[in-house]
Design a protein around this ligand. Structure first.
Ligand code: NDP
Ligand code: 1BO
Length: 322
């Protein structure tokens, strides 16, 4: 469950405790596809709306803009120690010899001395210059043990405070748990009422791994328009909130932190205004029963080559667990 605390300004905020003992804010700002607006969005989120978590990735190509937003927020008086900054390591860097260099590039782009959380973006290696969809030979296996040892060294060297994964299956997490000396604190996964992924959430909870939900509004990918879903709209009307707020609150009550993306200041403010109210149990359960469960971001375009493999279908990517 999220723990509520109050900022020095008296604003209520919620955080989840990680296995490491550190905390992660319940709501963060995502930056994928924020483009040149990233600097402004990050500044508004931190300084005006009170976000303390910003999530980005090397692959998004906007870490410098995100870094400028963070720097401007610090210049405006926010303390670095109060911020939680996450980035992710792309698939071309999933080898023991490339991990540290990838992190150093990320730190340089973000103009930071350390990250709060460093995640494996997807659990598949890609050749430099891989096509989308991948050509024969573009998708590589990766040495999970050798790789994780290097991630652990980043923690020991205080370059990152926590390490974790995204887009893992239970099978891959089990393998990692058997190898890890420093446990993955966080698993970042697609989760929303249109793709609850209950099995994965339960598995993570049993193992003490915190889940951050992405694409919780149904994503720009167009798979689930949850903002306009009648069940979500009904709940929003009843609770006198917006559909976006209902989706964010639903995810927090499920025990996950969230990283809604927005480049608009009104929505950035709206998406974090979720700490002074709750979705009653009955309405929560209705939101848990939306039919037609399916992933939006299934990884097909990134990793599936149905003729040459090694992953011939999305079911292969997700270890046939869906
Ligand atoms: P989201 O579900 O966060 O939806 C973002 C979209 O919703 C944007 O178009 C945004 O538009 C709009 N939006 C934001 N707030 C509201 C609101 N209150 N009301 C109506 N519309 C709103 O989807 P994404 O798929 O973009 O995922 C979010 C983040 O999760 C990404 O930025 C990404 O970084 C992360 N992610 C991580 C992945 C991983 O592999 N780890 C994979 C996929 C996503 P606008 O900006 O115009 O407000
Ligand atoms: C290509 C990046 C997918 C979203 O994180």
């Amino acid at each position: 469950m999220a723990q509520a605390t109050f900022t020095p300004q008296g604003e209520r905020e919620e955080k989840f405790r990680l296995l490491s003992g550190h905390t992660i804010p319940a709501v963060g700002l995502e930056t994928w596809r924020s483009g040149s607006q990233a600097t402004n969005s990050v500044f508004i989120a931190i300084v005006e709306a009170g976000y303390r978590h910003v999530d980005t990735a090397g692959e998004y190509g906007i870490q410098e803009e995100v870094g400028d937003g963070i720097k401007a927020a610090i210049h405006a008086g926010v303390e670095r120690r109060d911020l939680f900054i996450t980035s992710k390591l792309w698939c071309t860097e999933l080898s023991p010899e490339r991990v540290r260099l990838a992190l150093m590039n990320t730190l340089q782009e973000l103009q930071l001395g350390h990250l709060d959380l460093y995640l494996i973006h997807w659990p598949f290696g890609l050749k430099d210059g891989a096509s989308r969809p991948p050509k024969a030979g573009d998708v590589l296996d990766f040495d999970m043990e050798g790789f994780w040892r290097e991630m652990e060294k980043l923690v020991k060297d205080q370059l990152v405070r926590d390490i974790g994964v995204c887009n893992f299956t239970m099978m891959k997490l089990n393998k990692l748990l058997g190898i890890a000396q420093t446990m993955p604190s966080v698993c970042q996964m697609e989760m929303h009422p249109g793709w609850r992924n209950d099995k994965m959430l339960d598995f993570c909870k049993k193992n003490g791994i915190h889940v951050t939900a992405y694409s919780l509004l149904g994503s720009q990918e167009g798979g689930h328009d949850l903002i306009h879903h009648p069940t979500v709209e009904r709940a929003a009307k009843k609770l006198n909130r917006t559909p976006g707020q209902v989706l964010v609150r639903w995810a927090i009550q499920r025990g996950t932190s969230v990283i809604p993306k927005s480049s608009h200041s009104d929505r950035i403010n709206e998406n974090i205004n979720v700490f002074s109210w709750e979705i009653p149990e009955q309405d929560f359960q209705v939101l848990c029963s939306i039919p037609g469960q399916k992933r939006v971001l299934d990884g097909k375009n990134l990793f599936v080559n149905k003729n040459d493999g090694p992953f011939n279908s999305t079911a292969d990517l997700w270890d046939h667990e869906d």
